[in-house]
Design a protein around this ligand. Structure first.
Ligand code: HEM
Length: 456
């Protein structure tokens, strides 16, 4: 399972025989003890192998049907792990596919920890996790400290400024779209807004935007050959270079801001706050990598999917246009539920623990499938229906309640709402003009290219 920094972990679909299977067909848990779950084979459960890139190359409908079968099982399914060039493959992981399991694991960080890696099921070196994942791969007290410093940097004045910037930037992007005409919606619209907003927040100049986007695409490339080499050595170099380029950019900027602070997040993070806390240069570099990757690669995909959804469900589009101000909040949340731009995050058991009738052992790995929890019929009636008036809508697209709940959820909602407002009012007949070209990834539900059409 590649996850974040995908090429570090790649495997072909056909399983080899290295996964630890005991004589009776039961798999061993990562702690080396026998797992209580019996699976038909060591590579697949009910004919489904979430560790195979072939699974993620299938159509969305196929994948959703497979997860529905997994949700119907009595126990959480257990899968073998892919190979990693950095570590002996672990014994496997439980896929938490039900809403109740994702919610409970998220609100129990002392038991379901993130510090052994949240963005990849395979164990990566600790330095690697911190370099690329910052706080998302940490537990308290280090996580709490970083989150506190970062949260304090988002002062109400700064948030107001970003909010004005979001609407203004969305308007300029749509000006440019109208001037260009029908085009690739991802490059021309969806990728631009989050990129400009994140870079603007940090004080990164426009001349660096292309470099930032190229590098975040590399880091979340999954298995996709458009963004990452098929050669493992080359891929690792590409990945480390991408991280290094982003780190160098922000470290240089932070040094400038320490000399002459400006009204941006880099200044607030690089200089001590009222409690005398500040990020070290290494912490700032890693946080920046997390912020640009998390901020760009998720919101962009939500916006691209939104265009396909509003094309495929004209009744929902009409409903939204009928009362944009009243319905946009619900529409944005339904887009995030339906799309689940982030497919999973990992947690690791710090001790033996029973949850929803299943006994987990210390060291067990779990993948929290937001993508599946968001389609759980036990919580979302008619879950395959895209319904902007769905209420309640307790989706876990931004994570579930817990310390790692998405730091950018408010900003992402604003960005999606702002661009849809500009598009639907100013380009009312815009539509997806073909099938999306999808990212091959098990971690991000991404769209690489999407033709759009409209009259001018
Ligand atoms: C539609 C857009 C977005 C989606 C679907 C999304 C989803 C997520 C998810 C699922 C998590 C992990 C939650 C958990 O482990 O419990 C997360 C964490 C995070 N997100 Fe987002 N995100 C989005 C936009 C953003 C934006 C715009 C930013 C930055 C401005 C951002 C910054 C972060 C950060 C820093 C974390 C780590 C928080 C922590 O570990 O304490 N995200 N996001």
């Amino acid at each position: 399972m590649p996850g974040w920094a995908g090429p570090m972990l790649r495997r072909v679909s056909a399983r080899d025989d290295r996964a630890p299977v005991c004589q009776h067909g039961k798999q061993r848990s990562p702690s080396g003890r026998r797992s209580p779950v019996t699976t038909p084979s060591h590579s697949a459960v009910a004919g489904i192998d979430l560790s195979s890139s072939d699974f993620w190359a299938q159509s969305l409908a196929h994948r959703h049907a497979a997860f529905a079968r997994l949700r119907a099982l009595d126990q959480p399914p257990f899968f073998a792990e892919p190979d990693s060039p950095f570590a002996t493959p672990g014994s496997g992981y439980y896929a938490l596919v039900r809403h109740a399991d994702v919610a409970e694991a998220s609100r129990n960080p002392e038991v379901f920890c993130s510090g052994r890696g949240a963005t990849s099921v395979a164990d990566l070196p600790a330095e690697f996790n911190e370099y690329f994942g910052s706080m998302i791969n940490m537990d308290d007290p280090r996580h709490a400290r970083l989150r506190r410093i970062v949260s304090r940097a988002f002062t109400p004045r700064m948030i107001r400024k970003f909010e004005d910037d979001v609407q203004r930037t969305a308007a300029v992007i749509v000006d440019e779209l109208l001037a260009t005409g029908p085009c690739d919606f991802v490059g021309q619209v969806a990728a631009k807004l989050p990129l400009k907003i994140i870079c603007g927040m940090m004080g990164i100049g426009e001349e660096h935007y292309d470099m930032v986007l190229r590098n975040t695409n590399t880091i979340l490339s999954g298995f996709d050959p458009e963004f990452i080499s098929a050669d493992m050595d080359e891929a690792i170099t590409q990945l480390l270079t991408a991280g290094q380029d982003l780190a160098t950019l922000v470290t240089g900027l932070a040094a400038d801001r320490q000399e002459s602070p400006a009204d941006d997040l880099t200044s607030a993070l690089a200089n001590a706050n009222i409690d005398g806390e500040q990020l070290t240069p290494a912490e700032l570099a890693s946080f920046f990598i997390l912020l640009v990757v998390a901020g760009n690669e998720t919101t962009r995909n939500a916006i691209s999917h939104a265009l396909t959804l509003l094309t495929d469900f004209p009744d929902q589009r009409a409903l939204l246009l009928d009362d944009f101000a009243g319905r946009i909040g619900g529409a944005v949340d339904e887009i995030v539920r339906y799309v689940s731009p982030v497919i999973f995050m990992r947690r690791t058991l710090t001790r033996d623990f029973e949850m929803n009738g299943h006994a987990y052992r210390e060291g067990d790995k779990t993948a929290l499938y937001y993508w599946s929890a968001n389609r759980d019929e036990a919580v979302f009636p008619d879950s395959a229906r895209f319904d902007i008036s769905r209420s309640p809508n307790p989706h876990v697209g931004f994570g579930s309640a817990g310390p790692h709940y998405c730091l950018g959820a408010h900003l992402a909602r604003r960005e999606i709402a702002a661009i849809l407002r500009e598009l639907l009012y100013r380009v009312p007949d815009i539509r997806a003009a073909g099938e999306p070209d999808r990212l091959l990834s098990d971690f991000i539900n991404g769209i690489k290219h999407l033709p759009c059409e409209f009259s001018r």
